[in-house]
Write a protein that binds this ligand. Sequence first.
Ligand code: GAP
Length: 447
Amino acid sequence: MEAAIPKTATMDDIAALAKRRGFVFQSSEIYGGINGFWDYGPLGAVLKRNVKNAWWRDTVELRDDVVAFDSSIVMHPDAWKASGHVDAFHDVMVDCKVCKHRFRLDHLKDRTKCPDCGSKDSFTEPRNFNLMMKTFVGPMEDTSAQAYLRPETAQGIFVNFKNVYQTARKRPPFGIAQIGKSFRNEITPGNFTYRVREFEQAELEYFVPDDGRDMEAFHRWVELRKAWYSDYGIDSGRLRFYELTETERPHYAKAGIDVEYLFPWGWGELESIAHRGTYDLDAHMKQSGKDLRFFDEAAKTHYTPLLIESSAGMDRTALTFLIDAFERETSLDPAGKSVERVVLRFHPAIAPVQAAVFSLARNRPDLVERARNVESGLRPHHRTQYDEGNIGQLYRRQDEIGTPFCITIDHETLEDNGVTVRDRDSMRQDRIAADRLGEYLRERLNA
Ligand code: GAP
């Protein structure tokens, strides 16, 4: 079998596969959906969890200088005044007076013509549109009860800086990390799960002393994040680290890098890495009147540490893994006929299913029982699935969901204890003894 040149995915390919195989569904689909919200199906939920676990493992668990955090979604409204979100977290938008559609000004290529209905000079004057989602806390629905769903998880970390460093007994340089839901009332959600109104962020707030080595710490985190994407198999040719110019970054930021992926529609941001100085802690100290500075016991002095932030969207990252893994491959079968297969080449740590175990025949209770036993033996160690039936269809399904290994129990297994292990990428089949299966998979899946 000869593999032909792989083709990259279109968004239609991705959305169709995501729906067909149960990765992502439109939220409230039976009611016509709701724009900017998505549900993760059985495989998508595992995919996103694996992405978050990979981030958490490398950013928190394997480091002794980063501690875990989990703050509430609703915070005191003053926190959002201090952060600047109440006054300045907005997009500039215009409405078409003819079709009534709303656009982000910075997304319009031509200000004279509506991209939806084609009307000329039909736009309203630009207006600011705040992206914060509002809610009410308690029984009264008036302004005194108004609160916000957080648009980023970071502020929950900043307001707790003192609680955390004191209880975790940490001193800068050290980081506080959390993964959690954020909400933004985006004007134009779109590109599937790329721009949504409810999403998850993985944020690391890394506090460093102002000792002249802050830019070193910034560059170190950029390199660590670069290595992370590469370790989990993202194509480095489709990833770039775009350095923001002074005019592109906020006035208080000393440096900023956007991690961008080449999506089917062009470059899109996955993560922002920023040197934010003392801006965030200063803002909360000013608003709350509380001292959040670090107290250096040895020097008997207080100081405000500088902040290096890495903030990645988990939905966008999961989407990136899906797109990056997608390959449509044409090859020749033994009879010389051209056959096509769709395969997701997920890294084993990211793949929702790592090993599928098949019984070659549905109507042979002895084979089914043997295959189920093999699957349940592997289940505590790997993400596994049992299936049975036509082997060609079983392989096709597992290729499409990105399962690295398929194990088949056939009639001969009952006699010689051998099983067939098929590798997703090379499609090579190895016959190995069933009792070597655990070791075989461990070597290849935990690499
Ligand atoms: N605390 C910094 C912060 O929130 P950001 O650049 O606004 O920075 C960080 O957001 C990341 O969150 C983005 O790079 C993106 O991956 C994700 N994100 C932001 N808005 C999003 C949206 N509407 N839908 C999906 N992900 C989003």
